[in-house]
Ligand binder design. Structure first.
Ligand SMILES: Cc1cc2nc3c(=O)[nH]c(=O)nc-3n(C[C@H](O)[C@H](O)[C@H](O)COP(=O)(O)OP(=O)(O)OC[C@H]3O[C@@H](n4cnc5c(N)ncnc54)[C@H](O)[C@@H]3O)c2cc1C
Length: 403
C-alpha cells in the first residue's frame, strides 16, 4: 500500500498533522497501536482537557534549544484552535491563569480530531503495530501488522514515555536514533517529588493538606544554573510533595540539588508577628494559626525544643528576634527530594529528539529529508496549564501544512 504521508501515533499531534496534510489533498495513513486514539487527551484535565493556554509564549517551554518552538507557536496560536472549537460548537471556559478547559468532556476534542481526519479521508490503521522502518530510494518502508506500507514522507508522533498504560512507547526515540538523530536525555516532568522515607516520616501526617506557596530551584538544582520559581498550590502526600507548584518545578529539578519553598509568600511573617505582639494576648501557636494551617503549625513547632516551649507562651512575652527567626523558617523551607514518582505518574517527558536537527518551520529532519517529528517526542516540554497541547497543535500544523 502506497501513501504520500504515513503518520505514526494517533495522539494530539499525530491526528492534527494527519488531518491538515490530508485536507491539502495528500493520501495519508495514520497508524496507532492502541485500539482507540488520543488516550492522553481523554484523561487530561480531569476529563475536561486543558486544551490550550491563552498566554502561550516560548518562555513557557523547556528545551535545550529554546528558540526552536517560536516559529511554530507564532503560526498556530490558541486563537486558531479556539476558532476550530467554535466551528464544532464545543463550549469552553477559562479556569486559572489563561488555562482553557472544555465545558463538557475531553472526548469532544477527540471527536473533533477524528472528524477533521475524516474530512481529509485519512486511512486509519488501528490497532496496528509497526515492526520495522527502513528507507531506500527516497521511500519509507514500514513492516506492520497490516502488511507493508510505503510512503515518501514519514511523520513520527509517538509522544513521550509518561503513563505507559496510555500507549506511551520509546518508538519515536528509536526511529530517531536509527536515522542518526541525537536524543536529549529524557526524564519525567510535571511529576510529584518524593523524599527519603525517614526524612519524610513526620510530614506524611500532613498528607492531603494544600496551601499556596512560592517554590524556587536552587542554582545547583536547575537547568544551566538558572533559578526558576512558581507561585501555585502545594499538596502534601504520603510520599512527598505534589500540587501545581511542585509539578511545575519538577520539570526543572534535575534529580539533584535542593528546592526552597516559601510557605507563606503573601506576607512577611516575622514582621506580622512582631506587629501582632502589640495588641494580642494569644499564645504563639494560636497566633501562627491565623496565617497558616493548624496541622502545619503544630508539626513545625515540634521541630525545635525552643519553639515547642515558646508555642504555649503568650506572643507578647517573646522577643522579636525569635519571632523573626521562626518567620523566616516558614519563608525558606529548604529540602532535597530523593527522586520523583517517575514516568508512571508524570504528565510529560522532558528531553527527546534534539531539535537542532529539525526544521523549525516544517518539523522535517535535516538528517533525512522526508522524515518529520511532531509533538512531545521532540525536546520541547511545556509548563502545566495547556501548553503541551498547544505545542501538539502548533507542531502538528507546521508539519501538516508543509509535508
Ligand atoms: C494524565 C495527563 C494529563 C495531562 N493533561 C494535560 C492538559 O490538561 N493539558 C496539556 O496541555 N497537556 C496535558 N498533558 C500532556 C499532553 O497529554 C501531552 O503533552 C500530549 O498528549 C502530547 O501529544 P502527542 O501527540 O505528542 O503524544 P501523545 O498524545 O502521547 O500521543 C502519542 C500516540 O502515539 C501512540 N504510539 C506510541 N507508540 C506507538 C507505536 N510504536 N506505534 C503506534 N502508535 C504508537 C500512542 O498510543 C499515542 O496514541 C497531560 C498528560 C497526562 C499523562
Amino acid at each position: 500500500m502506497d501513501f504520500d504521508v504515513i503518520v505514526i501515533g494517533a495522539g494530539a499531534a499525530g491526528m492534527f498533522a494527519a488531518s491538515i496534510a490530508a485536507q491539502r489533498g495528500k493520501k495519508v495513513a495514520l497508524i496507532e497501536h492502541r485500539s482507540s486514539p488520543g488516550e492522553k487527551i481523554r484523561i487530561s484535565g480531569g476529563g475536561r482537557c486543558n486544551f490550550t493556554n491563552l498566554h502561550t509564549s516560548p518562555e513557557n517551554f523547556l528545551s535545550d534549544n529554546p528558540h526552536f518552538c517560536k516559529s511554530a507557536l507564532s503560526r498556530y496560536t490558541p486563537a486558531d484552535f479556539l476558532a476550530l472549537m467554535h466551528r464544532y460548537g464545543i463550549g469552553w471556559h477559562e479556569k486559572h491563569k489563561g488555562q482553557l478547559f472544555c465545558n463538557d468532556s475531553a472526548e469532544q476534542i477527540i471527536t473533533l480530531l477524528r472528524n477533521e481526519c475524516a474530512t481529509g479521508k485519512v486511512y486509519w490503521f488501528m490497532p496496528c503495530k509497526v515492526g520495522s522502518v527502513s528507507h531506500s530510494k527516497c521511500k519509507f518502508v514500514l513492516a506492520t501488522e497490516a502488511g507493508e506500507l510505503h510512503s515518501a514522507k514519514l511523520v513520527i508522533a509517538t509522544g513521550g514515555l509518561s503513563i505507559p498504560k496510555t500507549g506511551a512507547s520509546d518508538f519515536g526515540y528509536r526511529v530517531a536514533k536509527r536515522f542518526d538523530h541525537e536524543i536529549i536525555p529524557t526524564r519525567a516532568g510535571l511529576v510529584p517529588l518524593t523524599f527519603d522515607l525517614s526524612q519524610w516520616q513526620p510530614f506524611s501526617a500532613l498528607s492531603g493538606l494544600s496551601l499556596p506557596v512560592e517554590v524556587h530551584t536552587c542554582s545547583n538544582a536547575s537547568e544551566r544554573g538558572k533559578r526558576v520559581s512558581f507561585y501555585e498550590d502545594l499538596l502534601f502526600t504520603h510520599r512527598g510533595l505534589s500540587g501545581p507548584a511542585i509539578l511545575q518545578i519538577s520539570s526543572y529539578w534535575q534529580n539533584k540539588g535542593s528546592l526552597d519553598i516559601n510557605l507563606l509568600p503573601s506576607i512577611n511573617l516575622g514582621r506580622a508577628l512582631i506587629e501582632k505582639k502589640k495588641q494580642s494576648k494569644s499564645q504563639l501557636g494560636t497566633s501562627l494559626e491565623s496565617y497558616l494551617p493548624k496541622s502545619l503549625v503544630q508539626l513545625w513547632l515540634k521541630q525545635s525544643a525552643l519553639w515547642e516551649e515558646a508555642s504555649t507562651r503568650k506572643i507578647a512575652e517573646l522577643n522579636d528576634q525569635l519571632l523573626r527567626n521562626l518567620g523566616s523558617t516558614f519563608h525558606r523551607w529548604s529540602l532535597t527530594p530523593s527522586g520523583s514518582e517517575g514516568y508512571r505518574k508524570a504528565e510529560v517527558t522532558v528531553g527527546g529528539v534534539d531539535t537542532r536537527q529539525i526544521s523549525q518551520q516544517t518539523m522535517e529532519s535535516s538528517k533525512l529529508p522526508g522524515l518529520y517529528f511532531v509533538g512531545e517526542v521532540l525536546d520541547v516540554t511545556g509548563w502545566l496549564g495547556g501548553y503541551n497541547f498547544q505545542w501538539a497543535w502548533a507542531s502538528g500544523f507546521a508539519c501538516g501544512s508543509s509535508v
